[in-house]
Design a protein around this ligand. Structure first.
Ligand SMILES: C[S@@+](CC[C@H](N)C(=O)[O-])C[C@H]1O[C@@H](n2cnc3c(N)ncnc32)[C@H](O)[C@@H]1O
Length: 493
């Protein structure tokens, strides 16, 4: 592109509320077709704050929080109620597998190799040191991709509800793998735009996604999947630019300038750096951005989940603030020690390609549908999902020792799903004051409308509990807070 086109576009964007691309020809030294001008300017729309529609009318795009009224949220939540890989994404992944491994990838020797690799990858993964030779990206698509894709959309939904998704966003997908987070984000925005359009809400979006990934096979897959998805699913109200991944270790990559959202999904645990040292890597990645939303996601298993809280705490010490899921109910205090907490979001429907590779024997080894993940959302500005602070009438969980066998009031975050069963509901609770595990326990026969708020608080939700009996569980070095029919649980909205 000649610099003339860009400088004219810059001038028009700053001096007029709208203009057409064809108009530009009046001022240029030679004539260009509208398509030529569009293609030349597309990579610059983001920096120019411009939105150019299919008719090549260009308007200035104001950066505003995306509308998140009740109707929009309800419709979006409806689409997430039966979680599954969207058919468009399932088709895309199937086609990539087929193009890479042949039409009959799910039979014979190829299937045998893929199954063997799925098992190996799982083992390496639990040890936190995956390697990704050639076939690895395919087994990743078959086994890990669907759940990670789906679970990320629940995190995006939280961000939307909180006003942290805006009309102009720069996203960084760190440790992008085959493009799980990038595709999940684009598909989420497409879903949202469809709901806006159905409800006649005029919203235009300018989204730019950059990524960092160290393995070439993963980059090839990323480029293939994202470019096919974008070309197959054009969106009238969105300009989405997915830049080619930066092939580098995150530790050495240049920090993205002014990112709004930086996502580390299932990547920090793969690094050799100790959990507290990973905070340095996150800090450097975020150093080019004034106030990004940083999301770190790790698997829910004990080791990775606990490691995440250590990294989180090291980041808090560096001045980052926790947006969610933890609320420091008494101000400061949490040391991120010995904390195993994860969110459960249910099971996804088995995608057809996963069913095919699972075959007929030992099927369970190849099916992965359970969405359980540990995560933290951080900011630099102190913004938090819950701005709740404890007051005098509540005891701190760090003081439970002196309240054993007594009835007390506490204000806590619910930090798990039901860890018990249908007869006894058990939820991990936390107020940020102690690393000794604490649980709220309700036998089903004590459930009533005054205390069942605990069951509906949701992961990270805050409840005030009045008249709960403190028991020490010496065997597990933990405390159980027993809720009976006279205990009152009030969810904090
Ligand atoms: C488990 S996969 C996660 C992929 C994707 N983020 C997701 O959630 O599905 C981890 C990815 O991070 C990449 N990775 C691991 N360590 C890295 C590093 N130090 N720098 C860049 N990429 C890294 C791996 O190559 C792999 O693609």
């Amino acid at each position: 592109m000649t610099p003339e086109i860009l400088s004219l576009a810059r001038y028009l964007a700053s001096s007029r509320p709208e203009f057409t691309l064809s108009e530009m020809n009046q001022y240029l030294s030679r004539k260009y077709s509208e398509k030529e001008l569009y293609d030349a300017l597309k990579p610059h729309f983001y920096d120019l704050d411009l939105f150019c529609d299919a008719r090549h009318n260009c308007t200035k795009l104001a950066n505003l929080p995306l509308p998140a009224d009740e109707q929009v949220i309800r419709e979006l939540e409806d689409t997430l109620k039966a979680p599954q890989l969207p058919p468009s994404i399932e088709k895309l992944v199937s086609s990539y597998i087929e193009r890479s491994c042949g039409k009959n990838w799910h039979t014979g020797e190829t299937a045998h190799l893929l199954r063997e690799n799925i098992v190996k990858q799982k083992e390496e993964y639990w040890r936190g040191s995956s390697k990704y030779p050639k076939l690895r990206v395919i087994t990743y698509l078959l086994y890990h991709f669907p759940v990670y894709f789906c679970q990320f959309q629940y995190v995006l939904l939280d961000l939307l509800k909180s006003g942290l998704l805006t009309t102009k966003m720069s996203v960084v997908d760190a440790g992008a793998g085959p493009g799980t987070i990038t595709l999940s984000t684009i598909e989420f925005f497409h879903r949202l735009l469809e709901i806006y359009s159905k409800n006649k809400i005029d919203v235009k979006i300018n989204l730019r996604i950059d990524s960092v990934e160290k393995v070439q096979d993963n980059i090839d897959c990323y480029n293939d999947l994202t470019s096919h998805y974008l070309s197959q699913h054009p969106q009238a109200n969105a300009v989405i630019t997915v830049n080619k991944p930066d092939r580098a270790p995150i530790e050495k990559a240049a920090p993205a300038p002014n990112a709004d959202l930086i996502v580390f999904s299932n990547v920090l645990a793969e690094m050799k750096a100790a959990p507290f040292e990973r905070a340095d890597i996150v800090e450097t990645s975020a150093s080019g951005s004034s106030n990004p939303t940083i999301i770190i996601i790790e698997p829910a298993d004990l080791v990775n989940s606990k490691a995440l809280r250590v990294t989180q705490n090291a980041l808090v010490k560096k001045g980052f603030t926790i947006y969610s899921p933890c609320t420091l109910i008494w101000g400061a205090g949490c040391r991120g020690e010995d904390c195993w907490s994860f969110r459960g979001a249910g099971d996804i429907t088995v995608p057809e390609f996963m069913r095919k590779i699972a075959g007929k024997e030992e099927v369970y080894r190849y099916l992965n549908t359970d969405m359980k993940f540990s995560y933290v959302i951080l900011r630099k500005d102190g913004n938090a999902q819950h701005k709740y602070l404890g007051r005098g009438k509540f005891a701190r969980l760090s003081a439970l020792k002196k309240h054993v066998t007594k009835r007390i009031n506490v204000a806590v975050s619910v930090m798990s799903g039901n860890l018990g069963d249908e007869k006894n509901f058990v939820f991990k609770i936390c107020d940020g004051t102690t690393s000794v595990p604490c649980y709220a326990v309700i036998p089903a026969y004590h459930l009533n409308e005054k205390n069942n708020g605990l069951l509906h608080a949701g992961y990270g939700g805050i409840v005030e509990i009045f008249g709960v009996l403190v028991r020490e569980n010496k065997e597990f070095s933990s405390y159980n807070l027993l809720i009976n029919r006279s205990t009152i649980v009030e969810p904090v909205r």
